[in-house]
Design a protein around this ligand. Structure first.
Ligand SMILES: [Zn+2]
Length: 355
């Protein structure tokens, strides 16, 4: 075959291939409904998929579900919030004890959402006695006054630090949150309350947010006894199903996994997928203190760990790089979920993510 014809045939073949790929892409985008576009990767230190369970879909480095211009509710989900220890030290040293300090640089960004929801990693109280290890936290009651400034409207209390200062501090924390009009989920004054969702409502759309922890089984809420929502499969599934009866959208949060891992362990994958199977519309995790990979399962997103929100772990870039999950919701469901990574300054001030 003469060279010219060979070249032309090659180009035609390329064009046909390109057109086919484009059609396949368009069709597959349509097929998955809301999922029309993805953004990769989110993290600089793109986690490897090597540790993903065999024969399981490989979690993606980061994901975006359907960018929609007109979402009616926009909520920002953040990871672990801990304003004791090093954070408090700089608040006292550099801001005369004003807890607005860690949020000041990102305040405008945080307030551009309908709500910010985070994991409260420890009690907020002046009661109780140290009952954990040297890694026990208790935040000053004065932190709650700045939650509205940071647009924090509700917090998860299902985590391994909830009981750092015992029952008195835990119960006092719930009472103080209530007094300050901050919602909470993942724990309660009774078993019923612990497994009931925090409901966020706007424009007639109701969102139910549940929290569970795989830690502290010994202090799970029981009958009329206060405690945390432990992530036993039966309780978790029942709570999600009950929430689904009441609301359009159910968001399930889990405090799970292993610290400083950038990929989920098999246990996390099983729990998160079971939550989707039970009816959760999205799963959001925390505890590892670093951002973990995410994946799409049955058309729903699972973000295994958002890392820290504000925390004093200055020893690594990963622990100083909060993952902020922007979730856009309409009456039809979750239209958008974009994970952005930002950073904390050396004084543990949150910086807004770059646009
Ligand atoms: Zn934790």
């Amino acid at each position: 075959m003469p060279k010219k014809i060979l070249l032309v045939s090659f180009c035609v073949a390329c064009a046909v291939l390109a057109a086919t790929l484009a059609i396949v892409f368009i069709l597959s985008s349509r097929e998955s409904g809301k999922i029309a576009e993805r953004e990769y990767p989110l993290t600089e230190n793109s986690p490897s998929a090597a540790s993903a369970t065999e024969n399981e879909p490989v979690p993606t480095a980061s994901s975006t579900v359907a960018p929609s211009e007109n979402t009616e509710i926009n909520i920002l989900f953040a990871g672990d919030l801990m304003l004791d220890r090093g954070v408090e030290y700089y608040v006292n040293k550099l801001a005369a004890g004003d807890f607005k300090f860690p949020f000041e640089k990102a305040a405008e960004y945080l307030n551009s959402f309908d709500a910010v929801i985070t994991n409260l990693e420890g009690p907020v109280s002046d009661k109780g006695v140290l009952s954990g290890s040297i890694y026990s936290f208790r935040m000053s009651p004065s932190v709650l006054a700045v939650f509205p400034y940071a647009n924090i409207k509700a917090v998860n209390v299902a985590n391994n630090h909830a009981w750092d200062y015992g029952r008195d501090a835990f119960e006092d924390t719930l009472a103080r949150l209530k007094e300050n009009n901050i919602g909470y989920f993942g724990g309660g004054k009774s078993e019923n309350e612990a497994y009931s969702p925090y409901i966020f409502e706007k424009n007639g759309i109701k969102i139910a947010i549940l929290g569970f922890t795989e830690f502290l089984e010994s202090v799970r809420a029981n009958g009329n006894e206060a405690g945390i929502a432990f992530s036993s499969p039966e309780k978790m599934e029942a709570a999600i199903k009950a929430a689904k009866q009441k609301t359009n959208i159910v968001i399930a949060q889990f405090h799970f996994g292993e610290e400083y891992r950038e990929t989920p362990v098999e246990r996390q994958v099983n729990i998160a997928r079971a939550a989707i199977d039970a009816g959760a519309d999205i799963v959001i995790g925390h505890h590892p203190h670093v951002v973990e990979t995410s994946e799409e399962y049955k058309g729903k997103m699972i973000f295994y760990s958002l890392g820290n929100f504000v925390f004093d772990q200055g020893f690594s870039k990963e622990t100083m790089s909060p993952g902020l999950l922007e979730v856009g919701i309409t009456a039809n469901g979750i239209e958008k979920a974009v994970l952005r990574q930002t950073s904390l300054t050396k004084y543990f001030e949150l910086l807004p993510p770059e646009k």
